[in-house]
Design a protein around this ligand. Structure first.
Ligand code: COA
Ligand code: ZN
Length: 311
């Protein structure tokens, strides 16, 4: 009998994975990707960003993509928003989760959303108020996503206290969950543990913490293990290792979902994800995206199916 999942994975290829590409992935292909991800048993999908099309043209079709995505009842469909207007659009689209992003780095925050951290927190509070006015049944979960929590391509090292302060700010403003994002992938296992502990000390034990890892230095999986060691059971990841922030040059893609799932299952944890089906998403991506953007050890190793399914 299948074990109950004890690690939660949110698939971010349809958002983080696409936002930095120089090609527009057709709407039907985005929908097909989301369908394939849902069919593999992923229970949360970050399906796009509600940003102005002139800022990120890839999401010019986000309303159409979301209208399709929210039909999936087996998965929570979420969206990244950078401001109140984005949250209003996400609510209107019927999403189940809103990821509101603020960077721990003041410089990255200004580059990314053209606001100070404090202004951005004001926006977050306004979103909380708007959500609280909705009936509980249809109310999306609100995540406070801390970008550049483990380093910044503009400022370099980020002070632990800056991450702690922002985590507390999100918690006090009523975040349902807080995400720690290694936006540029400068994190190392020791740093991951330190920052998770700092954030946990600030927010207490009630609000779930999530890790969002990029593989810039090849440490994505090691960082995930470090997260597991300090109690993290919620991760973002992207199929075929897609990903990168347009306002954080030099970042590589997200930790590869296929590799993460394989590793977690091999160490005895359970994700509830069908790895074989998940790997089929590569075919959809390969039709539209250049091979250099598509990574993943499991794909490259071509290991036998029997070993994969025994994972
Ligand atoms: N969706 C659609 N349109 C939006 C919008 C949103 N979420 N937010 C603002 N707009 C529109 C405004 O209505 C306004 O339109 P108008 O010119 O027709 O009046 C215009 O965009 C400018 O609004 P303003 O509030 O001044 O935005 P800005 O130019 O200061 O940009 C952000 C701020 C946050 C919208 C922009 O920096 C952004 O989208 N950043 C996100 C970047 C990103 O996706 N990074 C990667 C993920 S971490
Ligand atoms: Zn990212």
């Amino acid at each position: 009998m299948a074990r109950a999942p004890n690690v939660h994975i949110c698939e971010v290829a349809a958002r983080d994975g696409l936002q930095n590409l120089d090609v527009f992935v057709p709407t039907e292909a985005k929908c097909e990707l989301i369908d394939a991800i849902a069919a593999a048993g992923i229970s949360e999908i970050d399906a796009g960003s509600f940003v102005p099309p002139k800022v990120v043209p890839q999401f010019a079709d986000v309303d159409a993509v979301m209208a399709h995505a929210v039909q999936h009842k087996s998965a929570t469909i979420g969206a990244l928003v950078p401001n109140f207007k984005g949250a209003e659009r996400a609510i209107a689209a019927g999403v189940g989760a809103i990821y509101f992003v603020i960077s721990a780095s003041e410089s990255h925050n200004l580059a990314n959303v053209r606001r100070t951290i404090e202004e951005q927190l004001e926006g977050f509070r306004a979103v909380r108020t708007a959500l609280d006015a909705l009936p509980i049944a249809g109310r999306p979960r609100l995540m406070g996503a801390i970008a550049t929590a483990f380093g910044c391509s503009i400022e370099g090292q980020i002070k632990e206290a800056a991450v702690g302060r922002l985590a507390r700010g999100f918690a006090e403003a009523g975040a349902d969950e807080i995400g720690l994002a290694d936006t540029v992938g400068y994190g190392t296992p020791g740093l991951i543990k330190d920052i998770v502990r700092v954030a946990r000390d600030e927010i207490g034990s009630q609000i779930p913490l999530r890790l969002h890892l990029h593989d810039t230095l090849g440490m994505g999986l090691a960082n995930a293990v470090a997260g597991l060691d300090v109690g993290i059971r919620r991760f973002d990841a992207a199929v075929s290792g897609l990903g990168g922030c347009p306002f954080a040059p030099g970042a590589r893609g997200n930790v590869v979902t296929e590799d993460l799932v394989f590793m977690l299952e091999r160490v005895g944890l359970s994700t509830g994800i069908d790895l074989d089906r998940l790997m089929q998403t590569r075919e959809i991506l390969a039709r539209h995206i250049a091979p250099r953007h598509l990574t993943g050890h499991l794909h490259e190793a071509g290991i036998p199916k029997a070993l994969r399914s025994a994972a």
